[in-house]
Design a protein around this ligand. Structure first.
Ligand SMILES: [Zn+2]
Length: 84
């Protein structure tokens, strides 16, 4: 069973799960299978892909929603889906 992110309520754009390490540095999907520096997840929703969205962030800032790191995909998905 794989939970999915709801669309953004402001722009109807897609949000994505970003893989990162425990310090919040961006990592790719491959890192997830060998997380040698800890594993965390972030919610991504970038202006570049969601023009005009009032809550999207710029990719140069990481395109990341909020400041929270989540321990699992499920947790990140739940946080996004329930805050809106
Ligand atoms: Zn949006």
């Amino acid at each position: 069973m794989s939970a999915t992110l709801k669309r953004c309520p402001f722009c109807n754009g897609e949000a994505t799960i970003l893989v990162s390490d425990d310090e919040g540095n961006d990592r790719n999907e491959e890192y997830e299978s060998d997380p040698w520096s800890g594993l965390s997840f972030k919610i991504g929703h970038a202006h570049e892909n969601n023009e005009g969205c009032p809550i999207a962030k710029y990719e140069e800032d990481g395109g990341m929603m909020g400041v929270y790191l989540y321990d699992s995909r499920e947790e990140a998905i739940k946080a996004w889906n329930t805050r809106i």
